[in-house]
Design a protein. Structure first.
Length: 318
């Protein structure tokens, strides 16, 4: 199930998502109603574990339980873990929505509520010839026990698991809010940083348009792919693993059946190279289960690869 929206998950969208699930409002949502219309008003409780043989409480061991369904959404968290409720996830974008600098477009849960995603669209667009107009989205990703919460800017509107992964691969200017310490102060910090995010959003749009205008020939294309794969010098022979990465990048970049969003219009541009490498970093290679893949895209090797792809693309503009 590519979308990972189960029978106990819920969603609301301003416009219908590709999977056809959830409520479709055909209008914007206010901050006061977004959780209610999306069915996300439920809370999460941290419950201390008990031994099955004698009922004794287990010191320092807890589970996270959805209050409305009594389902365990995370079987083990520590004593210091602090729950960040769904309502708290609204805070990073609430001020922007109130000042008409953003509108809520998506709100949903996946994996039985273990992950909650709230998406606000910014009034900034990337207009590239031959492509659909790309908007920028401020996304708050709440992970109940699956790592730190994240607030980030991306050109992909998240409506399900697949699009979360695609958006994370292209994410810029990410803030992390871990489940420890003064979580309220950290969420307030994320909210206060949203003005900076607006400035960064405009910079990202300008960078995308510059990358699209930058033409690259076949030699520069292969040099970019080799650098992304870790080949230190174009005169050096790549290892088998590096050669496999370069081969897959060429398939994504050149084959319309493999590459997502790579067309004749952006093929031959720095923007097309960036799209190929971010697609690779999201969808290819060993990934394990959902939690490990998510952690890798947000904080691990996949995140490092996405940052490397963007940095190498910007180098082409110099």
């Amino acid at each position: 199930m590519a979308h990972e929206i189960t029978a106990v998950d819920s969603a609301a969208y301003m416009q219908q998502a590709w999977h056809g699930l959830g409520k479709v409002l055909n209008r914007t949502m206010t901050s006061d109603e977004v959780l209610e219309v999306a069915g996300l008003t439920w809370t999460v409780n941290k419950v201390q574990l008990q031994r099955s043989d004698n009922g004794a409480l287990v010191t320092g061991a807890h589970a996270l339980v959805r209050y409305d369904t009594d389902e365990v959404i995370c079987p083990a968290v520590g004593e210091e873990f602090k729950v960040i409720q769904n309502v708290d996830l609204l805070r990073p974008a609430t001020a922007l929505v109130a000042s008409n600098e953003a509108i809520w477009t998506s709100a949903f849960s996946i994996k039985r509520g273990a992950i909650v995603c709230l998406v606000a669209k910014l009034p900034i667009e990337i207009v590239l010839p031959g492509e659909d107009i790309t908007s920028l989205y401020l996304t708050t990703l709440g992970k109940h026990g699956l790592g730190a919460n994240s607030v980030y800017l991306t050109a992909v509107e998240s409506v399900c698991w697949n699009t979360i992964m695609m958006g994370l691969a292209q994410a810029k200017h990410m803030l992390k809010v871990p489940h420890s310490g003064d979580t309220e102060a950290k969420m307030d910090r994320a909210s206060s940083d949203m003005g900076l995010f607006n400035k960064m959003a405009r910079q990202f749009a300008e960078a995308a348009e510059a990358l699209y205008r930058k033409r690259v020939d076949a030699l520069a294309t292969q040099a970019y792919f080799r650098a992304f794969a870790g080949v230190e010098d174009n005169d050096n022979a790549p290892t088998k693993n590096q050669a496999d990465v370069v081969e897959m990048l060429n398939r994504i970049y050149l084959d319309d059946r493999v590459g997502l969003g790579i067309t004749d219009d952006n093929r031959g541009t720095a923007w097309g190279l960036l799209r190929a490498t971010t697609q690779y970093s999201t969808h290819h290679g060993r990934n394990g289960n959902l939690e490990k893949k998510l952690a890798s895209v947000v904080e691990g090797a996949r995140a490092d690869k996405s940052r490397l792809a963007f940095s190498l693309a910007l180098d082409l503009l110099k």
